[in-house]
Design a protein around this ligand. Structure first.
Ligand code: HEM
Length: 555
């Protein structure tokens, strides 16, 4: 000690200042790494301590929130906290409280992947979609602009495109069935939903499905790649620059500069994927504007991947025509009467494409997965469809198929495409039944965990569609009907705007496919672990879901 003292005394003053500066910095960093202020503010909420600086981010990244939230829920109860790097997160693991939070909070935190390092117009584009925006006025006018696409008359029109999409998929499945070949149904549904979004929303035939390779399939394949990449590069581990910014936010400007100057693979892919999607959508917006200026000829003028619009030649129905989503956006106005800019209109279309594609594909693939594992339930569904007897469906047919609805709802209970709902009180602390959650805390409502909780569902890990069929004994005995215990589409002002569209699309597809096929699950995928279930915000299998379709009737 004495020798340290004398060494310090011998140092010139400037070196002494430098050393004390470094020591102070090291001590501050050391203390900061425990996040004492946040820990104090959230002291009444239990949760894992986590590692210095990184908190529990490594566990969440490596196992996925679906596993960690379930594990922590068992240990810490109905409200718990953890640190995602420097960021405090409160998880509300109670159905009724979670529902209350989703109803009362209308702002979300943004994601942390490469997109969090974007600046300028790229950032503005990213933050202006209906999902990402936190501007309440803009959100209200944007949501109102979206809604006509999902009213009954519009869905009636879109359902034609949905039937076409499912027919194309059936053609692919027929080939596989004839060859006794397995295929990745998750991937196939991904292509189909991309096609449906393309035609129903933009009046464009993307033709991503393999049986229908059109002249634009390469371009469409790029779109699928781009959408997948945006989902895949959403987390902190996608780039070397995102993790440091998550644990030490002070490094954010430096990481932004480095990512700009020396982009790594994660940043490059994220930028490239956005460029592909923005380019496509931007062109569509331009074409739509041009067609509108020329006098409403839009329907003949989709910009890219143009094939004859499948909906051409119909009588004029009342709903929104395929492709008119963009016209709606272009003609939308802010609450002060100002029209949406091209950037805002494009950002909505970009959101439509992203939000409407993987979620619906996963819901479909997991329904086939659950049914393939439960031949008796599959048989019951097939019988319901055969008794109904149709091969082409309109939205009006769907309420007459209660078991179909129950199968989809039950699969989405076990495998909700969105693992948790996201909220953040931005401007003031949030008070929830005795808990005070300071503004700036991320709030997660763990849909996956709640929907598998034995508090709300008897035999929660079993696929029992009957718990959703009104009047079935299981509906009473296995389902406690607690509000908030099934929230696969969210709740409140931020509830999924595409819910009706997704349900019509998924039901029509399942109805058409199970009229023609049953499915055999390839071995080695029977459990979540074997499937390599992974999650970040969305839930999916590691590689896919592999099934062999079996033709029900001779072709
Ligand atoms: C099975 C399919 C789908 C599932 C499971 C799903 C799920 C969700 C969830 C959980 C949310 C967040 C809700 C909340 O925070 O309360 C959401 C929001 C959203 N979804 Fe979906 N979604 C699906 C299909 C679609 C489709 C087909 C579209 C578009 C056509 C779409 C567009 C959106 C948009 C724009 C939002 C943000 C709404 C807002 O913030 O106001 N979704 N979705």
């Amino acid at each position: 000690m004495n020798s340290l003292h004398s060494t310090l005394q011998e140092l010139p003053a400037w070196q002494l200042v430098g050393v004390s500066g470094l020591v102070t910095l090291a001590i501050s960093l050391f203390v900061y790494g425990f996040h004492p202020i946040w820990r104090y503010r959230l002291r009444k909420i239990p949760g894992p301590t986590g590692a210095w600086l990184r908190g529990s981010l490594p566990e969440v990244l490596s196992h996925g929130p679906h596993i960690m939230y379930t594990e922590w829920g068992k240990k810490y109860g109905k409200v718990f906290k953890y640190f995602s790097g420097a960021q405090p997160v409160v998880v509300i693991n109670d159905a009724e409280l979670a529902r209350l939070a989703s109803l009362r909070l209308s702002t979300r935190h943004d994601f942390r992947g490469p997109a969090s390092l974007f600046t300028g117009s790229e950032k503005a584009f990213n933050m202006s979609g209906l999902f990402s925006t936190n501007d309440k006025d803009f959100h209200r006018s944007a949501k109102a602009s979206w809604l006509p696409v999902f009213n009954s008359a519009s869905l009636e029109i879109s359902s034609k495109e949905m039937n076409v999409g499912a027919d194309r998929l059936a053609a692919i499945l027929s080939r596989a069935a004839n060859e006794g070949r397995e295929l990745n149904i998750w991937r196939q549904f991904g292509h189909m939903t991309m096609d449906v979004v393309g035609s129903a929303a933009f009046g464009v035939e993307l033709r991503t499905q393999e049986a229908e390779r059109g002249m634009n399939s390469e371009e469409a394949e790029k779109l699928v790649w781009a959408a997948q990449t945006i989902f895949a590069t959403g987390s902190e581990k996608s780039s070397i620059y995102t993790y440091p910014a998550a644990v030490l936010p002070i490094l954010n400007p430096l990481m932004k500069a480095l990512a700009y100057l020396f982009p790594d693979k994660g940043i490059r892919s994220a930028i490239q994927a956005r460029q592909v999607l923005r380019g496509t959508v931007g062109e569509l917006v331009k074409e739509t504007r041009k067609a509108e200026a020329e006098g409403g000829k839009k329907e003949q003028a989709p910009a890219v991947s143009v094939h004859a619009n499948a909906a051409e030649g119909r009588k004029k129905p009342r709903g929104v025509q395929p492709g008119s989503f963009l016209s709606l956006m272009i003609n939308s106005k802010h609450s002060n009467g100002e029209p949406f800019s091209d950037l805002l209109a494009s950002s909505q279309a970009f959101t439509f494409l992203l939000a409407g594609y993987e979620t619906t594909a996963s819901a479909l693939a997991f329904t086939v997965y659950c049914l393939a594992k439960s031949p008796q339930k599959m048989d019951k569904l097939v019988k319901e469809l055969d008794a109904y007897g149709l091969d082409t469906f309109t939205p009006g047919d769907l309420p007459k198929l209660p078991y179909l609805e129950a199968c989809l709802k039950e699969a989405m209970r076990l495998y909700p495409p969105g693992v948790f709902l996201i909220r953040e009180p931005l401007t003031e602390d949030f008070h929830l039944q005795g808990y005070t959650i300071p503004k700036g805390t991320w709030i997660h409502l763990p849909v996956f965990t709640l929907q598998r909780d034995s508090k709300y569902f008897e035999r929660p890990m079993e696929f029992i569609p009957e718990r959703w069929v009104e009047g079935c004994p299981e509906e009473q005995s296995l389902n406690r009907h607690v509000p908030g215990s099934w929230m696969a589409f969210g709740e409140g002002t931020r509830v999924c705007v595409g819910q009706r569209f997704a349900l019509v699309e998924a039901k029509i597809t399942l109805a058409k496919l199970f009229r023609k096929f049953t499915f055999k699950l390839s071995p080695g995928q029977e459990t979540d672990e074997a499937l390599g279930l992974r999650s970040f915000f969305t839930l999916g299998p590691a590689e896919g879901i592999f099934v062999t379709p079996v033709q029900r009737h001779e072709e």
